[in-house]
Design a protein around this ligand. Sequence first.
Ligand code: PLP
Length: 427
Amino acid sequence: MTDRNQTLFDRACRSIPGGVNSPVRAFRSVGGTPRFIERAQGPRVWDAEGKSYLDYVGSWGPAIAGHAHPVIVEAVREAALSGLSFGAPTEAEIEMAEAICARLPSVEMVRLVSSGTEATMTAIRLARGFTGRDAIVKFEGCYHGHADSLLVKAGSGLLTLGNPSSGGVPADFARHTIVLDFNDLDQVEEVFRARGDEIAAIIVEPVAGNMNLIKPRPGFLEGLREVCTKYGAVLIFDEVMTGFRVGPQGVQGVTGVTPDLTTLGKVIGGGMPVGAFGGRRDIMECIAPLGSVYQAGTLSGSPVAVAAGLASLKVLDEPGFYDHLAARTRRLVDGLQGAADAAGVRFSADALGGMFGVYFADTVPGSFAEVTTCDKEAFNRFFHAMLEAGHYFAPSAFEAGFVSIAHSEDDIDTTVAAAREVFVSMD
Ligand SMILES: *Cc1c(COP(=O)(O)O)cnc(C)c1O
């Protein structure tokens, strides 16, 4: 076997655990050899063999303007020429903070960090510091980065303690995390009736994108808002994935439900490492140096990363950006659905803005339990056949997909045509 991807993977496995710097990249869920990417441009990536793929991962979201967008690359180049990092404030950070506050009405103050994980970890600490309470509520299947108190799965009963979902997480941490079912408001109300005065926050992906794509049922987010207001808990929308992806104001703009804190990442870095958390002024003023809740970062607000973020937001401001993005994404999922139906394959698909989900199931799932009943083997066959044909989907049945503005209608139609053949071959 002379495939350079395999050669690189073998070499990577000798010095990097599993050969990758983030687990999903290892293709464990779908099997086979990860593609080592050499370059990317617009809607395409090229692997180590020089083979090109239409890319529906988009670096897991950030590449919303297409890879190596000239405006963003030029902004990075220019910033780099003036110095990579100072560990002191810069005017560009103010512009970035103002740009975020101007776009998201719920965000009165914001702090920049370097990843989504840092953003959610700090938002949780902040909610605990603000309320003086320890417990938090999260939902099964929602991912909020890898902070200890968020790597927790449900215990055996509704009111029992959470269990660590990762080695190395003390049970003592996990017991402060209550894990409930996404889209089940009755559970939330029951838990708050029993323990409302202990709960600092609810953290939720307002449209879940880490268990495939799952939308909130009508009334679910509104209900979370009511419960938090009633019991004095902090409502945290983790919009690290959905922020500036599903629309110009994230899910809060789409639904009109206002969180107390919002976490951001992915798109706001334009491909560079940027995260952010922000929200109500009275809560944000609890962060050091104003308040007692500690948070810091050597490279927070890095001038190069901020330059990429600001340039990216500028591209998103172009008139009609989100209408075009949503139309392309809709064209993809409608096309895939039509192709699957024609071939008689059990399949459904859903989309919001530039995000989509494909499910090997008769209907679009509404909970983690329903997602896990999708036909994973069918997905894996679809994934590999599409990859072979030059279409790069997320290497797991439980991840959302992403379209960029650089995907033309022709690109989408090419992918749908490939899928038509793949579906027929799967029958
Ligand atoms: C990706 C993601 C995170 C973690 O962000 P990192 O930058 O990978 O640390 C947190 N929350 C959500 C909803 C995400 O999609």
